[in-house]
Design a protein around this ligand. Structure first.
Ligand SMILES: [Zn+2]
Length: 295
């Protein structure tokens, strides 16, 4: 069971919010730096994002009228604006995912602020409005991240494995909605084994990954939770893996009483419930600790 699940719109049993992190080759530039010219293989692998996977995925979700939230680094928006336009044709949300996919908890506060505002600016120039949501690259939330997101007026974050339903993160002067992610449905865990990306997992078949995704979904449906995936176009947008997604969509649609929404719609819904006092989420006060427990 889930203690105190929120009421979902139209009597839905659970909410489903698909999300993809469109890192493209920002991660390669950021991790290889001056050695980048000797990493053509990795660049090509990540350019699969905009050139091959995005059109396929945009079509798959669009033809099923299922909304998706795309977390995109600012540099990727600038570099691949033409390819990303495919996302604006459907009911999609573009959200923030750093500028060069920097690791926030390795930046100082000024560097982190600079990446945040530069990313906001790029998304604004791309779609005509500011993003309202954020996911930390590598889930690398720093001690400053939530303060900066609240300062920038962000409505939600989706970086933590903190709960099965939305919670509130409060820093004493302001708050932000957290849309938590189940660790098990990050597609890197299922499909990626790469020395270059320092990620060595046992590679699952699409069928095995599908079983994991379905099991998470069935439990959220039974208990009234929020199902969110963290997928990547170059990982899950390949032919066999995208067939698994199509099967998952069919399964979810047939199950009925599922609310498919963007992350922004989920956050708006939660804000509405709080304002009308129809539901009270759990509140986490940050920082969790003011100083290290062990020295
Ligand atoms: Zn990422």
């Amino acid at each position: 069971m889930i203690v105190n699940p929120p009421p979902w719109p139209k009597g839905a049993k659970c909410a489903v919010a698909f999300s993809f992190d469109v890192d493209a080759d920002s991660v390669v530039h950021n991790t290889k730096r001056k050695m980048i010219l000797n990493h053509q293989h990795e660049i090509a692998q990540m350019r699969y994002d905009p050139f091959v996977a995005l059109p396929r995925l945009a079509n798959l979700f669009g033809s099923n009228e299922i909304p998706v939230t795309w977390f995109v680094p600012g540099w990727v928006i600038e570099k691949y604006a033409k390819q990303l336009e495919a996302l604006l044709k459907f009911k999609n949300e573009i959200a923030h995912h750093g500028y060069y996919h920097e690791l926030p908890n390795e930046q100082n506060i000024e560097q982190e602020r600079e990446a945040l505002y530069s990313g906001i600016e790029k998304i604004h120039s791309f779609k005509g409005s500011n993003p309202v949501g954020y996911r930390a690259p590598y889930y690398g939330v720093s001690e400053s991240t939530y303060n900066l997101l609240i300062e920038a007026g962000m409505e939600y974050d989706s970086s933590l494995f903190a709960d099965d339903i939305p919670i509130i993160i409060h820093n004493g002067s302001g708050s932000i909605i957290e849309l938590p992610v189940p660790a098990t449905i990050d597609d890197y865990n299922q499909y990626v084994s790469s020395k270059s990306f320092d990620y060595l997992m046992k590679v699952s078949s699409p069928q095995t990954a599908l079983e994991v995704y379905k099991a998470e979904f069935d439990a959220m449906w039974e208990f009234g939770g929020l199902w969110i995936c963290v997928w990547h176009p170059a990982v899950s947008g390949r032919p066999a893996q995208s067939v698994a997604i199509r099967k998952l969509l069919d399964y979810m649609i047939k199950k009925e009483k599922v609310w498919f929404a963007t992350h922004q719609e989920v956050a708006d819904h939660v804000n509405g419930l709080i304002k009308t006092k129809k539901w009270k989420p759990r509140v986490e006060r940050i920082p969790f600790y003011n100083q290290p427990i062990l020295k």
